[in-house]
Ligand binder design. Sequence first.
Ligand code: AMP
Ligand code: MG
Length: 486
Amino acid sequence: MKNNVSLSDSGWNLQSSYTQISDKLFSELKPDAVTNPSTVIVNNELAEKLGLNLKSISEEDLSNLFSGNSLPHGSKPFAQAYAGHQFGQFTILGDGRAHIVGEQVTPDGEIFDIQYKGSGRTPYSRGGDGKAALGPMLREYLISEAMYYLGIPTTRSLAVVETGEKVYREVPLKGSILTRVASSHIRIGTFQFLAAHKDYEGMKSLLDFSIKRHFSNLKFSENLAIEFIKAVMQKQINLIVEWMRVGFIHGVMNTDNSTISGETIDYGPCAFMDHYDANTVFSSIDTQGRYSFANQPSIIQWNLVRLAECLLPLIDKDEKRSIEIAQNLINTFSSLFKDKWLQMMKKKLGIKDQSEDDEELINNLIKWMQQKKPDFTNTFCNLMNYDHADDEEFEDDEFNNWKREWKKRVESKEYLDVMMSCNPTLIPRNYLVEEALSEAETDGKFDKFNELNEIISSPYHLKKVNIKYLETPSKTNIPYKTFCGT
Ligand code: AMP
Ligand code: MG
């Protein structure tokens, strides 16, 4: 029996505009009821931004709310259909274990999808059970919030509950539901789904909807499809450059995990790189290194080609002409990416003005990092003269010679301010995340999780935190392997 939590209590202001685009793109259905839900964490800071007042809701009502036992006022839940290239293979997919309970319109007029993940089977579940385990949901909560505080476009996490039920993977695990908040869940794979059905009317509606939701400045453009591809390309370039700024490796950059909003989505086997290696892959299933650190730009370009292919019929009536236009657009990717990446790397090094030699200076540092494999985060902390970044790799002559060259380049006093604004001192280190999750999963204790969740909220400050959060992890903690969060 599902009761709706009252609007006046909590500030829900839900709509379901997505369901107006095309009947093919969703199935209306409710999350499964669960037996014994209990709240693990609620993000009150995010709730406030959404215009929700959750503090006035009882613990029991909160657990019922975020488990899907009671739906928020105005909710008309649905699961989305989409497709995607998974490791290069095209597949029809959809939300196999998620329900969008509505689009929350905030007091500022912004719109965010509210999605429950792990909330039961849907018509898109294929062989899956529609459920999620506690560890992966806590992991998504932690890493997505860390990304938010690092200033990187991302979906966010509003709550995690335990369902009180077991989910069966290799072993029985605690069942859990994550409430995810996204500026939308439109993926490249959403366009691919309609293209696979040759539904170009639906595609036109999806394009119009996407522009209204994310790129309203483009609405008067002469050719919406062209401007849309350009805009998504720019968003994704920004995103991947941001990932590379902090050493983030997404791990499953399938086209169904690439949003058109440019937000990071679907935190599965993702992780932050400790010791620098451009070929780093954490995911146990990525045996070919398709989604390695350094491959991320070319993979997103590949994904953007898939998006452009879908939109060909909307670019021009003449197919040949459409292909030519799309090809020219995609050809701009490399130089746009490189410019953005260079800007980012210069900021990491505190370089404000232009010089022809900057690229070489940057590449020399990267070559040195690739050779000596120092901690990525702490290399930049060392350049900022932070005491804790005193690993033996930084005593290397080659590094110190490079440092002298670099120092000549950053004579102005403000270089440190620039560096401090974009070089984190704190990232969610893999072994710390594992420790926190394992304590939560096996012992039902959340102290480490809560502490980590607290410290990731100010990644650019040298606060008085336990030194273990800053130091380079011992080499016994690598190589690190992650597994898909299913
Ligand atoms: P992901 O790896 O989370 O991006 O998921 C890829 C696809 O598999 C999506 O369509 C998911 O909805 C689906 N999926 C993942 N886990 C499950 C599950 N336990 N039950 C049903 N579908 C799932
Ligand atoms: Mg996915």
